[in-house]
Ligand binder design. Structure first.
Ligand SMILES: [Ca+2]
Ligand SMILES: [Ca+2]
Length: 153
């Protein structure tokens, strides 16, 4: 989600006649959440102020304050809970860029040769991986299949 997205609006009322109310983000459970949200002091609309990363934190709990403007100041607090939804924003990566294996020519077809493994920081379906052979010699493993000249050692 891009920064500056409108998330929700808090609303307070004050029975005093000339009350002008002002909203602010008072605190957050995780101090890092403070810089990720801002509130419009006049309207109470809460915006994201930076990109939210599900992999860093799946939810943010903020305390919002409303204050009137005349001495003696009165105030009230409320809590807002922002749940971050995961998107598929992380690419999978292999734990190694090169794997070496030795396969015996006597091993029957279907014998395991090696196991590759990759990781993906996303959660749930966004982090599920499927492996396939993208390129290489698929038809018998003989080097030079694009070249009709037989290679004989
Ligand atoms: Ca992913
Ligand atoms: Ca993600």
């Amino acid at each position: 989600m891009p920064a500056d997205t409108e998330l929700l609006r808090v609303q307070a009322s004050d029975s005093d006649e000339r009350a002008r109310l002002s909203y602010s983000v008072h605190s957050s459970v995780d101090p890092a959440s403070m810089r990720l949200f801002r509130i419009n002091p006049g309207t109470g609309v809460v915006y994201s102020a930076d990109r939210l990363d599900y992999e860093a934190r799946t939810q943010h709990i903020l305390t919002v304050m409303v204050k009137d403007q005349e001495f003696p100041f009165n105030r009230d607090l409320c809590r807002i809970l922002v749940a971050v939804e995961d998107i598929n924003d992380n690419v999978p990566y292999f734990s190694s860029s090169l794997y070496d294996a030795v396969a015996y020519e006597s091993s029957p077809p279907g014998s395991p040769v090696l196991q590759v493994s990759a990781l993906d920081r996303d959660n749930g379906p966004n982090g599920l991986l499927q492996y396939s052979i993208e390129a290489g010699e698929m038809d018998g493993g003989r080097e030079g299949t694009r070249d009709p000249t037989p290679i004989d050692n």
